[in-house]
Ligand binder design. Structure first.
Ligand code: LLP
Length: 426
């Protein structure tokens, strides 16, 4: 386990005297001050990962952070200030990105179901480009562009039919998936855009899926996009960029934890090489690789109980706070905040929440020492698609979020109150 000293988040979560810390603050002190469940992020880890992308990116590259991974405004501001762009997937995310100060010329908009008001908002903001995912969508954008007499930069999202090793729900680049269009349709759509008085084809994009560990599929995707772009060049349409999407995975299991920034630099180097050689600009859309390891979910044991052959530790965070374990059978490492004794040789706990569903678990069959009410547990790699997928299910309040900067915690989202449960209702 990385010498027992560095724990995820580029080493920003570590034990000091058997107390787990984020940067220079003990997590127990954060629980005391802000309560649990609580999302905690390391500012340094986020910035380091963002810089790792930028450090290795070639000159004409744009790193567009996928806002869906974690759209907290303070985190978005941090990434915008670091020089990143944004990949948005709805009017709401566009609003958040603009609000956080991302330069409009660094914002791209992907998504299969853009609504007219969302397209208009993107045109109002003059973003870098809209990535279209169907002929109908291109036609609608063309109509809106004509009405507004505004030139609209268009990218086409192509489905490269590349299969990847990941959970089926988050694999997106095979032809049976709803995303993108076939290569033939992509070429047709780019030609249609080129002939339209108000549309300007600028790029071609693909996104294979998420939580992909190997680099080979990304290289295959880059080569595929370059091939299409070259084909278009020979028919007289010069595209400005290829967009290889996001999808770089992180290692969730603690025997494989790695220095995230190094992994990122390696990935950028490998992916950008063919694109640069071919003379195109490059867009990347990373989400998880920037923010997953930079965050933990802090929770507290409420009760323990033996049941049948099992031991349950019932904690104060549930599937409404972190959906990934039950939705994708995702493994998140869970560590004690106060390291007390060695794990029990035979004792195994299911770490479960208070929600009325058997699927409400954070982990199953995990070795721990004896757990007691009040014990704090840290669920690792919760920075991406954690808070972002949280809900009010079972009348539960969404947790607070804290951004740690060295020894200073910043409350970047207040815990909801019961008023939130009534907001907008009659
Ligand atoms: N670009 C597009 C068009 C995407 O659809 C996504 C993610 C990304 C970029 C960012 O991918 P990343 O670098 O984060 O892998 N909720 C799931 C992940 C869903 C990903 C959806 N699209 C999870 O918790 O694993």
């Amino acid at each position: 386990m990385n010498g027992n000293s560095k724990w995820g988040g580029n080493g920003r979560f570590q034990y000091q005297n058997n107390q787990l810390q984020c940067e220079n603050i003990p997590l127990a002190a954060l629980a005391e001050e802000f309560g649990t469940p609580l999302y905690i992020y390391s500012r340094a880890a986020i910035v380091e990962n963002a810089h790792a992308f930028l450090a290795q990116a070639p000159a004409r590259a744009l790193v567009c952070y996928a806002v869906k991974a974690n759209g907290n405004p303070a985190i978005l501001r941090l990434l915008a200030d670091a020089g990143l762009g944004a990949d948005v997937t709805s009017g709401g995310e566009l609003f958040l990105a603009l609000h956080a100060g991302f330069a409009p010329e660094k914002i791209i908009y992907s998504g299969v179901g853009k609504l007219p008001h969302e397209i208009n908002a993107a045109l109002d903001a003059h973003i870098r480009s809209l990535h279209v995912e169907s002929g109908m969508e291109l036609a609608l954008i063309g109509e809106i562009a004509s009405q507004r007499q505004q030139v609209v930069p268009i990218g086409v999202r192509v489905n490269p039919d590349i299969h990847v090793e990941t959970h089926p729900y988050i694999s997106t680049g095979a032809k049976q998936h709803k995303f993108g269009v076939s290569p033939e349709t992509a070429v047709t759509l780019i030609h249609t855009a080129a002939q339209h008085p108000w549309l300007k084809p600028v790029g071609i994009a693909a996104h294979l899926g998420s939580q992909i560990q190997e680099t080979a599929p990304f290289i295959a995707s880059a080569d595929f996009l370059i091939g299409l772009a070259d084909e278009l060049t020979s028919s007289g349409i010069q595209l400005e960029y290829v967009d290889v999407g996001g999808g770089l995975g992180v290692q969730y299991a603690n025997d494989k934890w790695e220095v995230q920034s190094e992994k990122i630099q390696n990935w950028v180097e490998v992916v950008s090489e063919p694109v640069q050689k071919a003379g195109y600009g490059l867009i990347m859309e990373p989400g998880r690789s920037i923010i997953a390891a930079a965050g933990v979910l802090l929770t507290q044991v409420v009760y323990t109980k033996p049941q049948d052959a099992k031991q349950f530790a019932i904690v104060d965070a549930g599937m409404n706070d972190l959906l990934r374990p039950t939705l994708y059978s995702a493994h998140h490492e869970i560590l004690e905040v106060r390291r007390t004794s060695e794990v029990h040789p035979t004792l195994r706990y299911d770490i479960v929440g208070p929600i009325c569903e058997t699927g409400d678990f954070l982990a199953k069959e995990r070795p721990f020492p004896f757990l007691s009410p009040g014990d704090l547990l840290a669920v690792f790699h919760a920075g991406a698609y954690g808070f972002a997928m949280s809900s009010n299910y079972n009348g539960r309040l969404r947790p607070a979020e804290v951004l740690v900067d060295d020894a200073t915690p910043h409350l970047i989202r207040q815990r909801q109150t019961y008023d939130h449960l009534l907001a907008g209702t009659k």
